[in-house]
Design a protein around this ligand. Sequence first.
Ligand code: M6R
Length: 611
Amino acid sequence: MCGITGYIGTRDAVRTAVQSLHQLEYRGYDSAGVASAAGGCIRIVRATGKIAALDALLEGSAVTSGAAVAHTRWATHGRPNEANAHPHQDCLGRLAVVHNGIIENYAELRHSLRRRGHEFASETDTEVLAHLLEERLRTSPTADDLLAAVRATAAEVTGSYAMAVVCRDLPDTIVVARQDSPLVIGLGAGENFLASDIPALLPYTRSVLVLEDGDVAEIGPNRVRITDAAGQEVERKPMEVTWDASAAEKGGFTHFMLKEIHEGPVAVRETLRGRLMADGAVELPDVAITPEQWSHVRRVIIVGCGTAYHAGLVGKRLMEELLRRPVEAAFASEFRYSDPIVGAGDLALFISQSGETADTLAALREAKRRGALTLAVVNAVGSTLSREADAVLYTRAGPEIGVASTKAYLAQVAALACLALYLGRSAEASADARAALARSLAALPEALAACLDRSDEVAAVAQALGGHSCFFYLGRGYDFAAATEAALKLKEISYIHAEAYAAGEMKHGPLALVEPGVAVVGLCTQAATHEKMLSNLREVKAREGTVVALINDSREAPPEVDHLLRIPETHSALTPIPALCTLQLLAYYVALARGCDIDQPRNLAKSVTVE
Ligand code: M6R
């Protein structure tokens, strides 16, 4: 959730690190800061609010060669103010530290450091790192000394961290360490870069070293030396990032969210590529699960958070339909503490865009510990989840920058459909049923393009709905699963209260809330329950709620509907994909009309790497 960048080389180190930080704005933050080591001193500049405020403070300042580390903070310990913004320093002002993650034993460390005479300038957990390092650094330390001090400090703290340290005596060295929080090194010629996330590096380099848990590394302009927690030198092979740098920019759209909604067809097509064959068969050549391991799978459990969990709800129904076996779906935050009944014979699926969500990672570790076969359905290549699971099914949606997940959801559902077809290849579901699903899956990119072509109609409906103070999203079956994600989309970016309900539940309580000013979006794409949905919507209309119906193209416009949204015909199990494309647009245009900060909604972060 916080962001780290760093630079060492011949450019202006401070400006390069801060420029790089701009690429991480999507992560959500409340303050930003930068520290440089040059000319025998540490210089720190910090500002609350956006990085632009930091830019303003740096305007006109002298060029800094040497080393710099920068940070965007999302408050966990202490208020979002300048004193708590990173970087943090030791008592002597010899070093500066930036840190992502949480130091769990910071309170006791802080207490004992205080007793030993240290004075604290912030309320953060991070500051203990600076003081612990201070105690371990002798006068005029070498790069080796700093490396050893960081390693020893890392061993003393518990919790998660990606940290980067600069020292005034070592202008040609940055030392970094990681544990449960991502950190990557970008390799250049006569210069090197540092970031918590790959997009920050793309304007400068494509050659990237992904650090692993326990790694401590020393970075200079012409050197990167990585050691493991025991101090042994280790080799990490650089990987070549193939994303186009422009893929991480807005590409002409007003917001990343809108751009990413428009990337839905490509995201789904890429996710199906090489997996869904022309004859409708599914192959998963890149998933490292042996036929023997697959054959032992008796039960499937799907785990994720937020949007990823909602994709899992669709996957659950789909797998149950094809496999005719119970499939469970659970919030990662509940699963991890539920003493879950999971073990050998279970396939535990962990869905995540970032692959760094703390609860999902903890749930994965719990399932592994109990002997389940674990498969990560992940978008971010090289993420922790992808490295820790037994196998990975990448969703290939490309980088998603907007905090609100859009194309990642579409790709997740498409990937789950592939998986359902694969697991169900010898199940009882008829070959015809599987073939029909596979055909619809292959046609999804076109269906999504058709949804996007109707953006203006969706925007007009959004315009009419902007003044409503409360939304319900109703559906049955797959439509209910889709409704959960549609409601999340609206509430997170427009700040309008929105709830998803199984339509049949309305009469059991929530109908009492319907009155003028309440909008009810009925997802009516399922043939089997179409008439029932219409009667639910009539009940809303009778109470003067505003009714919006989302229906398939083949359906006639139902009477007593205030607004209509249409989606192309697709397999009933896949309707959440075009439905969400349309309802993501609806949420986007409602939020736009209300002037909300769409790409970085208040209080939210793209990647929730702490509990
Ligand atoms: O990176 P993940 O998919 O693991 O993230 C899980 C949720 O935090 C995420 O889907 C969140 O709900 C979205 N921002 C919602 O749009």
